[in-house]
Design a protein around this ligand. Structure first.
Ligand code: FES
Length: 164
């Protein structure tokens, strides 16, 4: 019997001005890419607190994709430089927790780069298939994963503002 293919769950934190529009553009242009990402729109990648990432992983995500405007093109001047610093620290924390840093990615995508963003999603999904499930929330039942994700999505509806 053929083994069922592992479908990783990914939470995507996409900035409103570039990456979210890139994802939208990819959809409009009918660019095909893996449907494994649940996207949370934030005003800026600088709004992604590392605790958001850890909470997503603890709630059942197998990976987290953070996407923002290219360095120098952030609509909030230099917030994505803050994202880069936070990401560097976050990868250290993940290593300390024994979690592969390949599970959390930071990519840049302008509004015109839907194809590139779609390729980054596909690449991450394939990589997570190789890594396998994270199992950080092994005690959660399937329906609890969905509830936890819905809770996260709702929680971030309140987090659209950018704090300096
Ligand atoms: S507005 Fe897109 S990363 Fe800041």
């Amino acid at each position: 019997m053929e083994r069922e293919r592992f479908e990783p769950r990914i939470i995507g934190f996409f900035c409103n001005w570039c990456s979210y529009r890139a994802a939208d553009g990819a959809g409009t242009a009918r660019v095909k890419y893996a449907p494994n990402v649940r996207v949370i729109r934030l005003m800026c990648s600088g709004r992604v607190d590392p605790s958001f990432v850890l909470k997503a992983l603890a709630s059942g995500a197998d990976g987290v994709l953070i996407a923002g405007c290219h360095p120098g093109e952030c609509h909030y001047i230099e917030q994505n430089y803050k994202t880069m610093r936070r990401y560097a620290m976050l990868t250290q924390t993940l290593r300390a927790l024994g979690i592969s840093e390949r599970r959390v990615r930071l990519v840049w995508a302008s509004a015109a780069e839907g194809t590139q963003l779609a390729a980054a999603v596909d690449e991450m999904v394939e990589d997570l298939r190789l890594l396998g499930p994270l199992h950080w929330s092994a005690n959660l039942r399937e329906e609890d994963h969905e509830a936890a994700f819905e809770h996260i999505l709702h929680e971030h509806e309140q987090a659209m503002e950018v704090t300096r």
